[in-house]
Design a protein around this ligand. Structure first.
Ligand code: NDP
Length: 253
């Protein structure tokens, strides 16, 4: 397994990026709305509890990357610890905190969506963990790319988490959907997705690796079509939806 991975690593990751690109083109061209959350619908197989789906589908990401990166033969140092720690911090929020906080009690998600995300997280965690634990050359944690990358990652995490918090708080006294206002919602319909893309771009600047590039591309491949779907949905459902708001990248898309 280890030799196969090492010898074919770049080919495997590039193939993985191509799978993401095909998924992206399919989602955009077919205008498929990935059927969870507001786009949830029957006809996609067995439905499961929404919060549990979030926990199980993201759980591999929380453990696969940190375990492989920490157990690999590469020496542990502050640089590899930074990569592993910020990954873990992001996924601790996504796997443990986020599912406990969302107010989607009676909502269900198709198990097919949860299974595909589960496998995505295994592969993504495997590639990124393997790189850190087995392939990466060490570098000082004080290099400019590390410091700049951490700052970008933290800004992205702030935008992501604060926007998710704002959305969750809209359900304080009533179920259903409202127009979100404030923060980055002034510029885009999905600042939580924008923040997530910035986070993994920051991770790419720190790691400077093919798997990190694959992850930020996959994040865009997943979240840009979904943000376009959300944006259309808001415009269809709210006549007074702010006209100058973009979908996900301020002033651009
Ligand atoms: P959404 O923005 O669709 O929803 C986030 C939460 O807020 C859900 O609980 C949703 O409820 C609720 N919500 C959304 N809009 C409103 C509104 N207008 N009024 C009231 N409640 C609202 O995000 P996702 O569920 O798609 O994603 C959650 C997080 O996971 C995000 O931070 C995202 O960045 C991340 N993610 C990352 C991916 C990656 O590839 N790295 C892929 C997918 C998600 P409901 O579910 O009922 O709609």
């Amino acid at each position: 397994m280890s030799h196969f991975f090492l010898n074919n690593f770049n080919t495997l990751v590039i193939s993985w990026i191509l799978v993401g690109l095909i998924t992206f083109l399919f989602l955009v061209i077919s205008k498929t709305r990935t059927p969870y959350g507001r786009h949830s619908e029957n006809g996609w197989g067995l439905m499961i509890n929404n919060s549990w789906a979030w926990f199980w589908m993201e759980f591999p990401a929380l453990i696969v990357m940190p375990i492989i990166s920490l157990l690999g033969p590469n020496e542990l140092n502050s640089y590899s610890m930074i990569l592993t720690f910020i990954w873990f911090a992001h996924y601790f929020n996504r796997v443990i905190i986020f599912p406990l906080r969302i107010k989607t009690k009676n909502k269900k998600m198709p198990i097919s969506i949860a299974i595909s995300a589960f496998f995505f997280n295994i592969f993504n965690g495997l590639f990124n963990g393997y790189y850190v634990g087995y392939i990466m050359n060490t570098q000082s944690a004080l290099e400019p790319n590390v410091i700049i990358g951490i700052i970008i990652f933290l800004i992205g995490m702030f935008v992501n988490v604060s926007s998710d918090n704002k959305l969750i708080s809209l359900r304080k006294d009533s179920v259903g959907y409202k127009i979100p206002h404030g923060g980055f919602f002034k510029y885009v319909s999905c600042p939580n997705y924008f923040g997530e893309i910035i986070e993994w771009f920051g991770y790419l600047i720190i790691a400077f690796s093919l798997p990190a590039l694959s992850f930020v591309l996959w994040t865009g491949f997943n979240l840009i079509p979904r943000a376009l779907n959300h944006h259309e949905w808001y415009k269809e459902n709210f006549k007074n939806y702010p006209k100058n708001r973009k979908a996900v990248i301020p002033f651009i898309i």
